[in-house]
Structure formats: structure tokens, C-alpha cells
Design a protein around this ligand. Structure first.
Ligand code: GCB
Length: 635
């Protein structure tokens, strides 16, 4: 009898546990294809504000059912990283809970209602009214779930989100107990920026029509002579058989009907005397897709986009068929107190400084940025290298962790291209920053395979990621940013070569003429081997010694300026160099480490509070003088 009872309880326990596991849906990358939009057919509600918050360092929140209401919580701002909002949270690694509540407007009845979280670093689980909804892994990408079956009408709805930020080798970006570690820091990241955590971006509720709706719009552009060509692929759910694409904003309004078969349709529109999108004239057309049932419009979605092409020859990158030189920076989403949380004033200030200094581009190092950045770049005319959070990749050691990480990188690519595919500003997908073969930092040990196998495995992994990006989006270039000393053969995989180089800083520190010679020789050698256009996606020096000096030694503003100048002068002599991005735009917070005084990286040409250093003044004068001579760059 006793035995039977034990068996029965074990079964029950198993089913309850299995039931709990199954009750959470895994996020579907397709659900983030269209940003929430308010129009006559769709609704939005931004839940940004002050939420309830509680640390779960003992990991008891789920068993104690915190999803039914947080007791003894404290207020927290959403969006915003948790780290700098409270004194004792700076380095917290573990779980924490967020809660808010909301009514659902009566007028939303009869529509499909979704929740969309802009970013939860690294992973999240959502409960609505105490019931499990869904989970997502990947700290810099949005995710969305339908919530109709869990909501209450005429009552308050409780939304609980558990966020977990544990640093692990199988995660993207990598951290924690990484075998043969390169970084020795706290918190233990395997990358050089602070692991700001929490709900870093806005949370939205939104609706789409229930019966028949647009589920995706993919806009691809080109031109022949003076005629612009916009191809619009539409995906639908439900019974719509026809639709209309209209284009406005330019000289003429153009409307083209299209048919929908098996949930898909396509319209190709021609725009006479097209106004091409570029940094000099970031002109956006309004592309409105409407779908109809019984001759009535039942759903609509607006995409604002520019008409432009981006291609590469064996020496140059061409925007609209003309060579373009990328001037700008690697950046971070980083500011004091808000951390990596979206701060619109900081974003506006950054774009204003990018214009002030004469830049025309930036890389979203080392993770995708808030979607408002992409909208701003479209409007303001900046070219973006859009990067997934694959920083700190290595290819030696535990193959299970490597496989899990590779799957996460693929998910990140799927999600990123779904999210950002319609932005004219995005010209290139970067599938990794500074992956390293085991030889790179002499990190071989008895438990790790030899250098060659690290480089070979990397070739396969990076190759898969680039192929996936190319297959999903053949209209843009693909690349990755390569580390000093990294395997050269990896650079044969992309459309262009991107290099991060620190001659004169980490190697040959203090010796600027030596740095010039080294970078010049290396560029020639890599071009000879790859026959692809090359850009430097990072070069620079820390500058944090107050005051000025007639002795441009390392860490002074003078040294930073002179090193940047030396690199730019070398690039001037190479016709296969298509861009120079200084590392970094502004000083930013890192984990605590011996080379990071006060947990800061000081390679910004602006301070963390956006004051220009000498190098910013130098770049401004150089880039504005160039703009006077070259009509393809921003004036
Ligand atoms: C790099 C990394 C970047 C670091 C930078 C540095 O190569 O890509 O994340 O912050 O070097 O300053 O060391």
C-alpha cells in the first residue's frame, strides 16, 4: 500500500512538474516581425513606467508563487537596468521579478491581444493573472505572446515577469565559467561591457485583427535609371484574397492591388524620378499595405522606408551604385543610472553628436539596439552594421555548450532579421564580434583541442551563421568583426572584411609610428589574401588622464587623438579600405578588471556624459573638411 501511494505521488509530482514545464510557450521569432502599430485596425498600450520589483536570490519565487502578487516589493523603472537603480544591485546575478497591472480597454474585445517585451536580459518567463504564458532566452531581442485566453475584462490584469541574468558559457554573449578564460573580471563576463540586466526596453500590449490580419511585410528596394522599384511581400493570416499597396510621401501617390494566395502576396511598385535614400538625403517613402475582405479593408500596416541598394565589389562598398566610405564608431547602449535601459534623451543626444562630428555610420556593437535607434537612423541618414550579441565566442572545449550557443546565435539572427529587415539604415549584418580560435590568446591546455581545430570549428560555425543571414536576407552584406591574431581564413566567409585592431595600444603600446607600420602591412597582407573590401570596425586608445600634456603618452587625450589620426592617415593610402569606425563613441561601464579603472573603458571620444575629448574635436574638423570635398558624405 505504502509503495503504491509513493508511486501515485511520484506520478502526480511528475505530471504537475511536466505540466508546469509545458505550460510555458517558447517565443516564436515570427511574432516580432511587425512592431506594434496604432491605426484604425490595430491598438497599442505602452506599459513603460514604475513597476514592482523583487530580488529572488534564493530562487524561491516560483515555488512560493510570486506570480500571484509580489509582497514587500520595491519600485523600479521600466525600461531601465536594475543594476544602478539600487545601491546593492550593481553586480547582482540571479533571478528577479517584475510586476505591473493594467486594464484592457473594452474596445479591444474581439481582437487578438499580445504582450511584447522589448528586451529582458538574459532570459524571461511571463505569467498573466497567475497563469504561465511564455519564456524567452536572448537578452537584447524582443519577444511576443498572444494573451487572450488569460486576460480578464472589466478587471485589473496582473503581469509578472521573472528575469534571470546568470552568466554561462553556453549563452550569447558568453560568460561565467568559460574554459581557458580571457577575461578575469567581476561580474564574470567574457566580454568587455557591463552585464546590465532586467527589463531594458519597453513592454507593450497591442492588438491585431482577429479574423484576418497582416502577419508580415517585407519591403525590398532597388532602382533602374531614375525609376525606383519597391517589392513588397505580404504575409497574412485568415481569409483575405486581395490587398493594396500604396506609396506616398514622394512626388506621386502610387497604388497597386495584389492577390493573396495561401497567406502570401506580392506587389511590385515603380516610382518615376525616385528620390534615393542616402546619408546626404535620407528620404523615406510611406509604404502602406491594406488587405481586404468583401471589398472592405480589414487590416493595414505602414512601413516607412527608403529606396536604396547596397553591394560590394572586390575593393569597395557601393551605396546606390556609388562607393561609400563609412565614418563613425562602435557604440554601446550605456549611460549612468539607466544602464542599458532605453533612454530617449540619451539616444537623441547621441544622434545629435554623431551629426555634429560628421559621422555617417555606426555599428550596434555588441548587440542589437532598441528599435527607436533604427527608426532614428532611417530618418537621420546613418548606415548601420547591425550585430547580434555573439561576442566572446570561442570554439574549443565543451561541445555541448558550443552547440547550445550556436543554436542561440541562429535564433538571434532569425529574430534580428525579422525585426530589422525593413530599415534602409541597415546595410550589413554582423554575426559575431571577435570570435577567437584557441590559438589566438595561447589558451590551449590539456583539456582543449589544438589551435587548428578551434579555427576549423570556428570556420564551420561562422560559416553557418553567415549563410543563414544571407539566406534570410540576400539584399544586404554579411560580415563579422575579427580580433587581432584571429584565423585569417574566417575572413573569406563574408562579403567584406571587418577588423578590430589595437596596434599602438594592446600590442606595441606607446609606439604610434610602429602602429602605423603594423596596420599598414597587415591591411595589405589581408587584402592580398582575401581580395575583399576591408574596414576597421575598431581602433583606438583609452584617454582618462585629466588635463593636457605636451608628452602624448598612453592614456592621455593627446595620445588617443594622435593614434586615431595615424590610423586614419594609413587608411587614406589604401583604396580597398571602405570604412573606419573608431572604438568607441563614448566611455562606457565594464565589469571590474585590472585594466578597467573604476570599471570603465575610456576609449570613448566622448566622455560617458557626452563631453568631447580632443579626439572628438580632431574628428569633427577632419570629417567636416572631407564633407566639403565629397558629395557622397554628410555635410
Ligand atoms: C575589443 C572589443 C571591445 C572592447 C575593446 C577594448 O576588441 O571588441 O568590446 O571594448 O576591444 O577596448 O578592449
Amino acid at each position: 500500500m505504502k509503495k503504491k501511494l509513493i508511486l501515485l505521488f511520484s506520478f502526480l509530482f511528475f505530471f504537475v512538474m511536466a505540466g508546469q514545464g509545458q505550460a510555458f510557450k517558447t517565443a516564436n521569432a515570427k511574432e516580432i516581425s511587425l512592431f506594434p502599430q496604432q491605426n484604425a485596425f490595430r491598438n497599442t498600450l505602452n506599459l513603460s513606467g514604475v513597476w514592482k520589483f523583487k530580488k529572488d536570490s534564493l530562487n524561491v519565487g516560483e515555488s512560493e508563487k510570486w506570480f500571484n502578487g509580489l509582497r514587500n516589493s520595491r519600485p523600479i523603472a521600466v525600461p531601465g537596468s536594475w543594476n544602478d537603480q539600487f545601491e546593492e544591485f550593481s553586480d547582482y546575478v540571479g533571478k528577479a521579478w517584475y510586476e505591473t497591472d493594467t486594464f484592457i480597454p473594452e474596445s479591444w474585445k474581439g481582437q487578438r491581444i499580445f504582450i511584447r517585451v522589448g528586451a529582458a536580459t538574459y532570459a524571461a518567463k511571463i505569467w498573466i493573472n497567475g497563469k504561465p504564458l511564455g519564456l524567452h532566452e536572448g537578452g537584447q531581442m524582443p519577444f511576443a505572446f498572444e494573451i487572450n485566453s488569460l486576460i480578464k475584462w472589466h478587471a485589473v490584469n496582473r503581469i509578472a515577469i521573472q528575469v534571470e541574468n546568470i552568466l554561462k558559457p553556453n549563452r550569447v554573449p558568453t560568460g561565467g565559467d568559460v574554459e581557458t578564460k580571457f577575461f578575469h573580471n567581476t561580474p564574470a563576463t567574457n566580454y568587455d561591457f557591463f552585464p546590465f540586466s532586467g527589463l531594458n526596453r519597453a513592454v507593450w500590449l497591442y492588438t491585431v485583427p482577429a479574423k484576418t490580419a497582416i502577419s508580415d511585410v517585407i519591403v525590398q528596394t532597388g532602382f533602374q535609371g531614375t525609376v525606383g522599384i519597391i517589392s513588397v511581400h505580404v504575409k497574412t493570416a485568415g481569409a483575405a484574397e486581395t490587398g493594396i499597396v500604396s506609396i506616398s510621401g514622394g512626388r506621386d501617390n502610387i497604388r497597386i492591388p495584389f492577390h493573396i494566395t495561401a497567406g502570401a502576396g506580392q506587389a511590385i511598385l515603380k516610382i518615376p524620378d525616385v528620390r534615393l535614400w542616402s546619408p546626404v538625403d535620407p528620404f523615406l517613402y510611406n509604404v502602406t499595405v491594406s488587405i481586404t475582405e468583401d471589398k472592405k479593408i480589414v487590416d493595414q500596416y505602414l512601413v516607412q522606408t527608403g529606396v536604396r541598394t547596397i553591394t560590394a565589389t572586390n575593393k569597395q562598398v557601393l551605396l546606390n551604385g556609388k562607393p561609400i566610405f563609412l565614418k563613425g564608431f562602435g557604440k554601446h547602449e550605456d549611460f549612468s543610472i539607466s544602464g542599458r535601459g532605453t533612454s530617449l534623451p540619451v539616444m537623441i543626444k547621441d544622434f545629435s553628436l554623431l551629426k555634429w562630428i560628421g559621422a555617417n555610420s555606426f555599428r550596434t556593437s555588441h548587440y542589437p539596439y532598441d528599435e527607436e535607434y533604427m527608426n532614428m537612423a532611417d530618418r537621420e541618414g546613418f548606415l548601420i552594421i547591425d550585430e547580434i550579441p555573439a561576442v566572446g565566442l570561442y570554439f574549443h572545449g565543451d561541445t555541448t555548450a558550443l552547440k547550445q550557443r550556436q543554436a542561440q546565435c541562429k535564433q538571434d539572427i532569425e529574430e534580428l532579421i525579422n525585426r530589422d529587415k525593413n530599415h534602409p539604415s541597415v546595410i550589413m549584418w554582423s554575426v559575431a564580434n571577435e570570435p577567437f580560435g584557441s590559438a589566438t590568446f595561447q589558451v590551449q591546455s590539456a583539456s582543449t583541442p589544438d589551435a587548428a581545430s578551434g579555427a576549423d570549428r570556428g570556420m564551420v560555425c561562422l560559416g553557418e551563421l553567415m549563410q543563414l543571414a544571407k539566406k534570410k536576407d540576400p539584399t544586404r552584406l554579411v560580415t563579422f568583426a575579427g580580433v587581432m591574431g584571429g584565423p585569417q581564413k574566417w575572413h573569406t566567409l563574408g562579403d567584406v572584411v571587418c577588423l578590430n585592431r589595437y596596434w599602438g595600444w594592446y600590442v606595441g603600446g606607446g609606439n604610434i609610428p610602429g602602429a602605423s607600420t603594423s596596420i599598414s602591412n597587415e591591411l595589405d597582407a589581408i587584402y592580398k589574401a582575401t581580395q575583399k573590401p576591408i574596414m576597421l570596425t575598431e581602433f583606438g586608445a583609452d584617454a582618462n588622464i585629466p588635463g593636457h600634456t605636451d608628452q602624448p603618452k598612453m592614456y592621455t587625450e593627446e595620445y588617443q587623438r594622435d593614434l586615431i589620426k595615424a590610423y586614419l592617415e594609413v587608411a587614406d593610402t589604401k583604396d580597398f579600405v571602405f570604412g573606419m569606425h573608431v572604438w568607441c563613441f563614448a566611455d562606457f561601464k565594464t565589469s571590474a578588471a585590472s585594466m578597467r579603472p573604476g570599471g570603465m573603458n575610456y576609449k570613448g571620444v566622448f566622455t560617458r556624459d557626452r563631453k568631447p575629448k580632443l579626439s572628438a574635436l580632431y574628428l569633427k574638423s577632419r570629417w567636416s573638411n572631407e564633407a566639403k570635398r565629397d558629395s557622397t558624405v554628410r555635410r
